[in-house]
Design a protein around this ligand. Structure first.
Ligand SMILES: *[C@@H]1O[C@H](CO)[C@@H](O)[C@H](O)[C@H]1NC(C)=O
Ligand SMILES: *[C@@H]1O[C@H](CO)[C@@H](O)[C@H](O)[C@H]1NC(C)=O
Ligand SMILES: *[C@@H]1O[C@H](CO)[C@@H](O)[C@H](O)[C@H]1NC(C)=O
Length: 279
């Protein structure tokens, strides 16, 4: 295992050394903006980056990549040594075996709403006179969407709310005809008779829902941003009610309207026909 590791390390150094790093600014014009990346909160995003396309001449260096969001560095890797910014702990990575082969794509796991924005990748060049230069590679915009859904339950059933990410902090509720929001759950709350947080999954079960549970549930992150919005309706007997609605809607519905137009059609044809002899 250790030898394989060393071999890889050597291989990567060789790659960086041979292919090398130096700016060719004429390459930095059109292709520097990647198409945007879109992801829903809690999922994984890969921001593309390839340093071989940008760097031309050979200059000795180790593989050193840097990702920044606006002016702030988010992630940096110099060979085996890596650094990640606060708020991105354990969520960002450029695998070093990928980096050696020219792939500096950033993996962001468990994407947060606040991760949205423009990211820029750079390769840091350790120049011949040991002066460091940052070479811009690519810019890519990340869009993060929240989750939205409608749920329907009968009284006595359970509602499983997906929290989507381990950073979800709070669930608030607004009853159907109310303008007030109230707390349903907060992280580190103990389980109760009515609320059960799955010990491993990002899931909250609201047990035994009643009519008063009807309304809007919002899952919020630590900054109070909505990760998910769930509209719940609680119906006494939904199949019963749906069948009744169907029966009631037939006479005034589409079926009735189309038979009406079938009756009208011959009359229209007749009047059109009657107009032609005049021409
Ligand atoms: C580059 O790396 C990313 C993340 O490690 C991976 O998803 C992607 O497939 C790689 N691209 C290529 C062309 O190998
Ligand atoms: C909510 O308001 C609507 C009209 O705005 C009313 O028809 C309905 O009965 C109300 N529901 C509850 C649970 O109060
Ligand atoms: C709902 O309606 C169906 C059909 O009328 C009936 O068989 C069922 O028992 C009802 N369920 C409840 C919970 O009332």
């Amino acid at each position: 295992m250790k030898t394989i590791h060393i071999f890889f390390w050597f291989f990567i150094h060789q790659q960086c050394f041979l292919i090398g790093l130096l700016v060719d600014s004429s390459h930095l014009s059109s292709a520097s903006e990647s198409p945007p990346v879109t992801v829903t909160a809690g999922n994984r995003a890969v921001l593309p980056c390839s340093w071989k396309s940008v760097l031309a001449e050979a200059t000795p260096s180790v593989c050193h990549v840097q990702w920044a969001k606006r002016a702030d560095t988010v992630f940096e890797r110099r060979g085996e040594v890596r650094w990640e910014a606060d708020g991105f702990e354990d969520r960002v990575e450029v695998p070093w075996e990928e980096l050696g082969s020219g792939n500096c794509s950033l993996i962001i796991s468990d994407v947060q709403i606040g991760d949205a924005g423009r990211y820029e990748s750079f390769v840091v060049v350790d120049g011949t006179r040991s002066q460091r230069r940052r070479v811009f590679i690519r810019s890519v915009k990340l869009f993060v969407f929240d989750h939205k859904s409608h749920e329907s339950r009968r009284p006595g059933e359970d509602l499983v709310l997906q929290l989507h990410t381990s950073h979800s902090y709070r669930v608030v509720f607004q009853a159907r005809n109310s303008s007030e929001w109230s707390d349903v759950w907060m992280r580190d709350n103990k389980n109760t008779q009515h609320l059960w947080k799955h010990p491993l999954l990002n899931q909250l079960t609201i047990k035994n829902v009643k009519g008063s549970a009807e309304g809007t549930y919002k899952v919020l992150d630590e900054q109070g941003r909505a990760v998910s919005t769930v509209q719940l309706s609680v119906e006494e007997n939904s199949t019963d009610r749906r069948i009744q609605q169907m029966i009631r809607s037939v006479p005034t519905g589409d079926a009735a309207r189309s038979s009406y137009s079938l009756v009208l059609l011959p009359a229209v044809l007749v009047s059109v026909y009657q107009m032609f002899p005049l021409l």
